[in-house]
Design a protein around this ligand. Structure first.
Ligand SMILES: Nc1ncnc2c1ncn2[C@@H]1O[C@H](COP(=O)(O)OP(=O)(O)O)[C@@H](O)[C@H]1O
Ligand SMILES: [Mg+2]
Length: 257
C-alpha cells in the first residue's frame, strides 16, 4: 500500500530522514512513534507529496510518488486523508463549513457537500455540533472535526499526526477508539504519536529516532519465530482484558526507554 525504500530527506545538508524503509499493508493500523524532531511529520508530508525526498523511492499502491505528475496531486490528496498536527481548522467557519470546504473546492455543489459533511460528522460523533465554531468546541471535538474533514473523500488511508497531542488521557483513548473504528471499516490508519500509553501490543509500531527507524515491531511476530502456545494463551488473555477494560498495554520495549 505505502512503501518507503531507502528514503532520505535532507534540509541543507542535514538528513531529517536517513534511509527510511517500510511497507504498510492495506487495511492495517500502524503507529509511527518517536520523540519530537524525529521526523514523523516529515514522513507524512512525503506521503502527500507536500515535499519530495532527496533520495529513495515512495510508492502508494501502484503510484510512484516521485514521478507522479503535479496534475495528479489533488487526486493523491483524496486518496490520503490527513489529520494535521495543528488541525488547520478555520475559526471563522462553522464545523460543517470546515468539512464542506474541500468538497466544494473539488466541484461539489453546496447542498451535496453539506449532506456529505453532516453524514461524516455524525459518524465521528458530532451530531448536534454542525453549526458551532471551532473555538466553541472541546479539544477532543475539534480533533473529531479534523478527522471528519480527512474522511470526506472516503480515502484509502488516514494519516493522523499526533491526534492526541493536546488531549487528556481519557479523551485520547476516545480519539484512538474512533480511529480504530475507522480502520475496522477498511481504511488504513497511520498514526504518529509520542504517547506510549496509547499503544497496544497487538499493533504494528514503527519507531523513529533522529530520522532513522530503530525498530519495526509487527504484531504476532513472537509466535512466528517459535510457536509457543503458552505465550499465545497469555497474549489472548491480555487482549481480552484490553477489550474489556479499554485499558491499553504499554509496549515493553518502549516502557524500558
Ligand atoms: N522545512 C524544514 N527545514 C529545515 N528543517 C526542517 C524542516 N522541517 C522539519 N525540519 C527538521 O526536521 C526534523 C524533523 O522534523 P519533524 O518531521 O517535524 O519531526 P516530528 O514530527 O517527529 O516532531 C526536525 O529537526 C526539524 O527541525
Ligand atoms: Mg510532528
Amino acid at each position: 500500500m505505502i512503501e518507503f525504500k531507502d528514503v532520505t530527506k535532507k534540509y541543507a545538508d542535514d538528513p531529517v530522514l536517513d534511509k527510511v524503509s517500510f511497507l504498510i499493508d492495506k487495511g492495517s493500523f500502524v503507529y509511527l512513534v518517536g520523540p519530537t524532531g524525529s521526523g514523523k511529520t516529515t514522513v507524512f508530508r512525503l506521503i502527500i507529496r507536500d515535499i519530495m525526498p532527496t533520495e529513495g523511492a515512495i510508492t502508494l499502491g501502484d503510484w510512484d510518488l516521485l514521478s507522479l505528475p503535479r496534475s495528479r496531486v489533488p487526486h493523491l490528496r483524496r486518496r490520503v486523508g490527513v489529520v494535521f498536527q495543528d488541525l488547520r481548522l478555520l475559526i471563522d467557519r462553522t464545523v460543517a463549513e470546515n468539512v464542506m470546504l474541500p468538497l466544494e473546492f473539488s466541484g461539489m455543489s453546496e447542498q451535496e457537500a453539506r449532506e456529505k459533511a453532516e453524514t461524516v460528522l455524525s459518524e465521528v460523533g458530532l451530531e448536534g455540533k454542525f453549526d458551532k465554531f471551532p473555538l466553541q468546541l472541546s479539544g477532543g471535538e475539534r480533533q473529531r472535526v479534523a478527522i471528519a474533514r480527512a474522511l470526506v473523500f472516503e480515502p484509502e488511508i488516514i494519516l493522523a499526526d499526533e491526534p492526541t497531542g493536546n488531549l487528556d488521557l481519557e479523551t485520547s483513548f476516545q480519539i484512538l477508539d474512533l480511529l480504530q473504528t475507522i480502520n475496522k471499516k477498511g481504511t488504513t490508519v497511520f498514526m504518529a504519536t509520542h504517547n506510549n500509553k496509547l499503544i497496544s501490543e497487538a499493533t504494528r509500531v514503527i519507531i523513529l529516532e533522529s530520522g532513522k527507524i530503530i525498530e519495526d515491531k509487527k504484531p504476532g511476530k513472537k509466535s512466528e519465530k517459535k510457536r509457543n502456545f503458552q505465550d499465545e494463551d497469555k497474549l489472548e488473555d491480555r487482549e481480552d482484558k484490553t477489550k474489556e477494560t479499554g485499558e491499553k498495554i504499554k509496549l515493553e520495549t518502549l516502557a524500558k526507554k
